[in-house]
Design a protein around this ligand. Sequence first.
Ligand SMILES: Nc1ncnc2c1ncn2[C@@H]1O[C@H](COP(=O)(O)OP(=O)(O)OP(=O)(O)O)[C@@H](O)[C@H]1O
Length: 245
Amino acid sequence: MIDIAKLDVRFGTNHAVRGVSFRVAPGETFGLVGESGSGKSTVLRAVAGLVTEWTGRIAVDGKPLGRQRDRAFFRLVQMVFQDPYGSLHPRQTVDRILSEPLAVHGFADADARILRALEEVALPRAARFRYPHQLSGGQRQRVAIARALIADPRVLLLDEPTSALDVSVQAEVLNLLADLRAARGLTCILVSHNLAVVAHLCGRLAVMQGGRVVEELDEAALRTGRAVHPHTQDLIRLSRDLETA
Ligand SMILES: Nc1ncnc2c1ncn2[C@@H]1O[C@H](COP(=O)(O)OP(=O)(O)OP(=O)(O)O)[C@@H](O)[C@H]1O
């Protein structure tokens, strides 16, 4: 369970997130959608402990989080970023990339876990000894997902996890994420500017504009296309345009 109440984030004079509140039930995938600069990533990064200039309340599994997080938190809550090239160390093999979190969290069965993780994200065993530049964009994102999951987190924060990928592999990675969160019972927040991507994975979502949540939609509203806020209508039109482009 993730509980966010009256979250405010300021970067100097820029009031980036303004009183955002929502709850994510255990095992649910909640979407945050909105145009560029609306504050989606900042909300996610505050939950992840990567942004510390926030006020309000963030709680995971009933436990309120402080601005500084400990090692136990980073085992529980993991994040996948948009650009796997940027988030994977270019001079580390996949084996090293996957070994590091296991060493940090003191796992003794690293070898078996790495092989299981590769299988889980449908990468061949041979990928273990490759460097990021020797993999395709989709394969790199699979490595980033494997790294996020290798120490068995409960919460997965996904920041535009498919937008840096070719259209042809976006659906593959989205389907992989859907399978993994179901198999592992993960609680997820998915951020995207593309409502179609969010609707694919999320039963509920919040629409952000100018740092605020302007509307929360559930599955029924998504299915019927009912959206009362004009900004949501704009996002629906935009994602249709992206689909047909
Ligand atoms: N580290 C930072 N320092 C200063 N300003 C920041 C920082 N991170 C984000 N901002 C500002 O906060 C606002 C919200 O940015 P944020 O990245 O959360 O938006 P977003 O909706 O995720 O946009 P995008 O889809 O383009 O990533 C923007 O005005 C941005 O410039």
